[in-house]
Design a protein around this ligand. Structure first.
Ligand code: ZN
Length: 278
C-alpha cells in the first residue's frame, strides 16, 4: 500500500510551508501528498503552478488529492457561487500538476434539517460538481466529518449519497478519526465497494465519548481508541487497495520540529500499513 501525507499533520509546526512539506515528504520516502488550500494559496503568493509542476516532475513524490473544497452542500446562492469559483481554482490546480482527486467536506450548523432533505440536496449538488470536473479527469471524494453538527457525519449516510449520485467519479473519504468519532458502523463499511473508497485518512482518537471530540483530539495511529484492527480487517475483506494517508491536527504534534513531525508521521503510517495490510 502506498503512503500519503496530509498537510494538516504539520500545519502549525515552525517553518512549515508547502515547499517544506514537499521536501520533507520526499526525504522521508512518502509516495503522495495531499495539498491543503491554505498552504497552496500561501505558496502561490511567491510561486507559480508551473514551478510546482516542475518540482513534481523532478521528484518521486506525487500529488494525491486537493484538500479541501469545504462546505459544498446546503448553501445559499452566494455560497454556491463561492463553491463554483473554488472548483474552477481546483480544476486549474489539478490540470497544472496532474492531481486527480478533490476532497469535499459537508456544511456544518445548518439547524434542524431532516436527513432525507440533506441527502437529496447533497446528491444533486455532488452530481453538479462531479459533472463539472469530469472532463478534466478529476474525482470527487466526499469526506463525512464525525461531528454532531455536520450535515453528513457518518460513513453510512455519506455512502448513500455517493451511491445515489451514480457517477463514476464520485467516491468516499474514509477518515478513521471521523469514522470513530460519530460511531460509524463497520457493517456499513462492509457493504462498500472498495473502488468507491477514494481516500483513506489514518489517525487515532482519544478515548472520549462518541459525538464529543474534535480534530485536536486526534492521535498517531495505534495510540488511541479507534478500532483499527476491525476497520482494517473489513478493508482487507472487501479488497480495498489504495493509499494510506496520515492526517493529524494535534496541537502537541505542532510543537514538534517540522523535521521530527514528518519523520514520525512516516514511521507511524508505515507501521500501520505493515501491521494491517500485506
Ligand atoms: Zn480527513
Amino acid at each position: 500500500m502506498k503512503l500519503g501525507f496530509n498537510e494538516a499533520t504539520a500545519l502549525k509546526c515552525q517553518g512549515q510551508s508547502l515547499m517544506a512539506d514537499l521536501e520533507a515528504c520526499e526525504k522521508n520516502g512518502f509516495d503522495y501528498i495531499e495539498i491543503r488550500t491554505d498552504c497552496l494559496k500561501a505558496y502561490l503568493e511567491e510561486h507559480s503552478l508551473d514551478e510546482l509542476k516542475s518540482w513534481f516532475d523532478t521528484h518521486n513524490l506525487k500529488p494525491w488529492a486537493y484538500n479541501t473544497l469545504e462546505f459544498f452542500n446546503m448553501r445559499d446562492e452566494a455560497g454556491e457561487k463561492e463553491i463554483d469559483e473554488h472548483v474552477d481554482f481546483v480544476i486549474e490546480v489539478c490540470n497544472a500538476i496532474g492531481m486527480k482527486t478533490m476532497i469535499i467536506v459537508p456544511t456544518f450548523d445548518v439547524g434542524f434539517v431532516h436527513m432525507d432533505e440533506i441527502h437529496e440536496e447533497a446528491v444533486k449538488r455532488i452530481r453538479e460538481l462531479a459533472d463539472k470536473v469530469k472532463p478534466h479527469g478529476i474525482r470527487v471524494s466526499l469526506e463525512f466529518c464525525g461531528v454532531p453538527t455536520c450535515t453528513i457525519n457518518q460513513f453510512g449516510t455519506a455512502y448513500k449519497v455517493v451511491e445515489a449520485a451514480k457517477r463514476d467519479n464520485v467516491g468516499i473519504t474514509l477518515d478513521t478519526f471521523h469514522f470513530y468519532a460519530m460511531g460509524s458502523k463497520l457493517e456499513d463499511l462492509e457493504q462498500a465497494d472498495p473502488k468507491r473508497i477514494f481516500i483513506y485518512h489514518v489517525n487515532d482518537a482519544e478515548n472520549l465519548p462518541i459525538g464529543n471530540m474534535f480534530d485536536e483530539h486526534r492521535l498517531w495511529p495505534g495510540e488511541g481508541a479507534v478500532p483499527h484492527e476491525k476497520i482494517s480487517a473489513v478493508l482487507n475483506k472487501i479488497g480495498f487497495d489504495g493509499v494510506a494517508t496520515i492526517e493529524e491536527f494535534r496541537p502537541e504534534y505542532y510543537e514538534m520540529s517540522h523535521e521530527d513531525n514528518l519523520r514520525t508521521s512516516k514511521e507511524k503510517i508505515a507501521a500501520h500499513v505493515n501491521k494491517y495490510f500485506s
